[in-house]
Every structure is written in C-alpha cells, then in structure tokens.
Design a protein around this ligand. Structure first.
Ligand SMILES: Nc1nc2c(ncn2[C@@H]2O[C@H](COP(=O)(O)OP(=O)(O)OP(=O)(O)O)[C@@H](O)[C@H]2O)c(=O)[nH]1
Ligand SMILES: [Mg+2]
Length: 284
C-alpha cells in the first residue's frame, strides 16, 4: 500500500469527493443511485463507496445497496464498492481515504461516499469530502436530531428526501430556520441550499447535481478547496502516525519496556509523566 500510494500521489486531487450522510433509511442509497444516473447521462465517470457499518443497526444495508445499484453494474463508467467500517469510530472504514485516493487517481470525476449517520458519527465524513450532503426526510424527527448531532455545521448541501410524503415543506422550513440561526462565519460565505427530492422517482436530482456543481465551483473560486484538502491530508497523516505509534507501543508492551516502568510508577519511585517521557524517548 505504501508503494502504491507513492506512485498514485501525483495523479490525485482531481475528483470531486461528495459525502452523503443521514439517518438510516432516509434514502441515501436511492439518492446515490439516482445521482449516478444523472452524472452518467452528463458523461461523467462516477465511483461509489458505500460504507457498511457492519452493525446491528442495518444488517441488511449491503444487500439493499447492491439491489439499488444493480442498474449501474454493467456500466464501465461506474465503479461501486461496499466497505465495512468494522466498528471504526466515525462510521468510516479505516481504508476509506486510501480507497478515495485510488479512485481519484483512476480518473473518476465524482466519488460518492455513502455513510450511515448514527448519532454523531456522520461528522467524520465532512472531514473526508469536498462537499457534504446531508439528507433528511419528513416525519423522522430529523430536524431536532440534526441540530443535536451537529449535522447543521457539516452540511454543504441539504436534501429533504421523500418529498412525496406529508410534512416535507415543514421539514424544509424548520431546517431553513435552524440554518439561519447558525454561525455564518463557519461557512465562509457559502449558503447551504435545501433541495427537495423524491429519490425513488428521481425527482429533484437535476437540481441536486446543479447544487453539487455550484459548491464545487465555489470551493475553487474561494480557496476553500485547498483549505479543506490540507485539513483532510493532515487528518490522514495524523491517523498514520497514530497507527504507527500504537504498533510501536504494542511492541514495547510485548517486550519488558513498559512493564518495568509501570512497576516503578506503581511503587512510587517514578512519576507517570517521567515514565511517559521515557516511553516517548524509546519510541523516537
Ligand atoms: N416514499 C419515498 N420512499 C423513498 C424515497 N427515496 C427512498 N425511498 C425508500 O426508502 C427506503 C430506504 O431507502 P435507502 O435508499 O435504502 O435508504 P438509506 O438511507 O440508504 O438506508 P441505509 O443505508 O440502510 O441507512 C427504500 O425502501 C426506498 O425505496 C422517496 O423519495 N420517497
Ligand atoms: Mg444505504
């Protein structure tokens, strides 16, 4: 992987990475599939990463997604892959950043990353995507939940899906109201649009594509793209460093290094900070 990443690095940075998140069953996969159709009709190559939480929350997600994406499975301009998040905090697979890099280098114009929002976890996707799409649906008590989960801050584009259901205008209104109260300085001047869709009938999908494109243009014009990507890269590097440190600490523990120090700390002949300094010194 190390060698592959080194080879791919010069070819990355072109794709528009779009994260989709929202409560289970809100219509993320249906929307993703409709977006693939619209983007393909426009001649763009599209990759989809569906992050499967592998949790009891939605055990059937994988199969359901397969079925919903099937119509695109024979299209050479579409790549679809489910990835297990294996309990990784944040609901994103550990390998997601690498997968995004590979697809980016492979020349996909748009990479759609679907993550199930359970609790606060969806916030992590905003750190990985150029554009974060937050989906809500009427009658799911989503509005208040959204505010609680800090989802208002991460959404660049909001979708009120299932607009064929009662309560969609109220959900959109409530969302607009909450967005109007949030801190403008956070968004750098971008006003997140709210798009109503009926993903199952592909209604509103063109407007959604237009909003995604508009945000992409805005990111280029206002320097937000390089800022976001630098922050994302920092997160990636940090994660690699932490993984390496964790591995080395594991080695230390397997040897006698930490045990000897721990005994001295327990006996009161060494304080824990001094012990930590010794460990860090050994790691360096
Ligand atoms: N009435 C209505 N139903 C919809 C709409 N969009 C999706 N659905 C249905 O809602 C259900 C859930 O859709 P999915 O696309 O699987 O939702 P999801 O957010 O990907 O679900 P998870 O991945 O399990 O969290 C399916 O039965 C869809 O057919 C819509 O616009 N209107
Ligand atoms: Mg899904």
């Amino acid at each position: 992987l190390r060698d592959i990443m080194a080879l791919l690095a010069p070819d990355t940075g072109k794709a528009h990475v779009v994260g989709l998140t929202g409560s289970p069953g809100v219509g993320k996969s249906t929307t993703t599939s409709a977006l693939v159709g619209a983007l393909r009709a426009d001649g763009r190559r599209v990759a989809v990463l569906a992050i499967d939480p592998s949790s009891p929350f939605s055990g059937g997600a994988l199969l359901g997604d397969r079925i919903r994406m099937e119509e695109h499975s024979t299209d050479a301009g579409v790549f679809i892959r489910s990835m297990a998040s294996r309990g990784h905090l944040g609901g994103l697979s550990v390998a997601t950043p690498q997968a995004i890099r590979v697809l980016d280098a492979a020349g996909f114009d748009v990479i759609l990353v679907e993550t199930v929002g359970v609790g606060q976890s969806e916030v992590e996707i905003s750190g990985r995507a150029d554009t974060t799409l937050v989906l809500l649906a009427p009658g799911m008590g989503d509005g208040i939940q959204a505010a609680k989960a800090g989802i208002l801050e991460i959404g660049d584009v909001f979708v009120v899906n299932k607009a064929d259901r009662e309560g969609a205008p109220a959900t959109a209104r409530e969302l607009r109201h909450m967005l109007s109260m949030s801190d403008e300085s956070d968004t750098g001047g971008w006003h997140p649009p709210i798009i109503k869709t009926v993903a199952s009938r592909r209604e509103g999908i063109e407007a959604l594509v237009a909003s995604l494109d508009e945000h992409w243009r805005w990111l280029h014009e206002h320097g937000g793209l390089s800022r976001r990507r630098a922050a994302r890269a920092a997160g990636e590097v940090e994660a690699l460093v932490l993984a390496e440190l964790r591995a080395r600490i594991g080695d230390l523990r397997a040897g006698s290094g930490i045990n000897a120090l721990a005994e001295r700390v327990a006996a009161g002949t060494l304080d824990p900070y001094a012990a930590a300094d010794e460990v860090l010194g050994a790691l360096g």
